[in-house]
Ligand binder design. Sequence first.
Ligand code: SF4
Length: 226
Amino acid sequence: MRGKDARQIIKLLEQEYGLPQWRVRGDPLAVLVQTILSQNTSDRNSEPAFRRLVSCFDSWEEMAEASIEKIAGCIQSGGLARVKAGYIKQALTELRQKRGDFDLSFLRGMSVEDARRWLMGLPGVGMKTASCVLLFGLKMPALPVDTHVFRVATRLGLIKEGISVEKAHRELELLVPPGGVYRFHVLLIAHGRRVCRARLPCCGRCVLREVCGWRGLGDNVCCVNK
Ligand code: SF4
């Protein structure tokens, strides 16, 4: 599959799920902290943890100065509280040391690759987290590859089975046009949750059936007639 196919996939999924609007979700640092909190847990757990965290402190400065224990106490509902509190404190501290403030908007002046590398120099920030900050906080065409995107893209034949998540980020970014990155990310997640599920994918009612290398393999009775 090549870029032409990625564009066709976006078009077919838009017809099914509608056209997602690419909007900045907020201050890029807030997106970074939110994404760290979302690691290894669901939005249902991480979102209340983030709301509680920001209610505990009046500023990023105050959060950076707080003890790990205090930060962990504010994010208990998000799971792995102590580990994530450590990442958040270290990331804030390093950002202030490197830049003198808590503003990540300077990343807009860099290429996606350079901006992502800069973010990945912060504690607790891997490829996916950095890509989320760029896509949702700075409206830059970085493509976060989560479990749904990885699975659906593999089944579609866009990426090879068994490649690393890092490689998957790079290969998919080469295939998807920059203007389609947000839609591709959001639509593949929607499709992965509703139709191309990890277990029992509903190939029988899938709008991508004609372009999918996996078609038929996932046909199962419970989905075909839905
Ligand atoms: Fe997933 Fe099946 Fe659709 Fe392929 S045809 S994208 S495997 S649900």
